[in-house]
Design a protein around this ligand. Structure first.
Ligand SMILES: [Zn+2]
Length: 247
């Protein structure tokens, strides 16, 4: 019998059988873990509200046989009420957990990813930060954690300082006018990109609609998809199931 007593974030859930649900967690010390939540779709279930996507919880799990753990106890670490009150924040959160779910690492623990993930959820739960650029900044941080930090201060191909006019996720950064391939990069998007990956993220996230935000989001998504070799749904394209009062 294996036991896990740990903090975790719910990445996603999916139906199993008549009333059960499989809950995919990213735990602090045990990496990705799949849990069978029995009877969780019945309205009387006590687990239903705590084991929905984006929940930040403390779990006590046990595995006797088969591939799934079962829940002995679960409780919120943070309720994330501000995050859950906004479609834009939930949608940004879904963009984040979907990328974590794409990490090919069942059973491999990565506490750095857990710390980054929970920090992002708390950022999305803070009304003084705008959610729009949170997924993009998270993708760039995830790439950096994986040793694939994007190069935006100089041409990734020849090292020239500029002008940098293109971005190619397959080579990991921005390109000058002589090396250009990939996607065209505007000057405003380059400036914003440099602020996002260069340590000014907190101030960027306080701006309501910084110029170049759409371009930077698209480049970040391209970069994380190239890295994982897997397409993600665009942040904002996901219909949230967990909006309070709309079920
Ligand atoms: Zn170059």
């Amino acid at each position: 019998m294996k036991e896990i007593d740990d903090e975790a974030v719910v990445l996603r859930t999916y139906k199993s059988g008549e009333a059960d649900r499989v809950v995919v967690l990213w735990t602090k010390a045990h990496g990705k873990v799949r849990v069978l939540a029995k009877g969780v779709r019945k309205t009387t279930s006590r687990l239903g509200g705590t084991l929905e996507a984006l929940a930040y919880v403390k779990v006590d799990l046990v595995k006797t046989r088969g591939e799934f753990y079962v829940v002995r106890h679960v409780a919120h670490v943070e309720r994330l009420a501000t995050l859950r009150s906004s479609y834009a924040r939930i949608s940004a959160g879904y963009g984040v957990v979907e990328a974590v779910d794409a990490i090919p690492s069942d059973g491999v623990a990565d506490e750095a990813i857990f710390q980054l993930l929970t920090r992002v959820l708390l950022t999305l739960d803070d009304a003084s930060f705008e959610p729009a650029l949170v997924p993009a900044s998270f993708y760039f941080r995830l790439l950096a954690l994986d040793g694939s930090e994007v190069v935006v201060e100089e041409c990734v191909n020849c090292g020239r300082g500029g002008p940098l006019v293109a971005f190619d996720a397959s080579v990991g950064g921005a390109l000058c006018d002589q090396c250009r391939h990939g996607t065209a990069l505007s000057a405003v998007a380059l400036a914003l990109l440099r602020r996002v990956v260069g340590g000014e993220l907190a101030s960027v996230l306080r701006e309501s609609d910084p110029p170049g935000a759409g371009e930077v989001t698209a480049l970040a998504q391209e970069a994380i998809e190239a890295h994982f070799g897997k397409r993600l749904r665009a942040p904002g394209a996901v219909a949230p199931l967990g909006v309070r009062g709309k079920r």
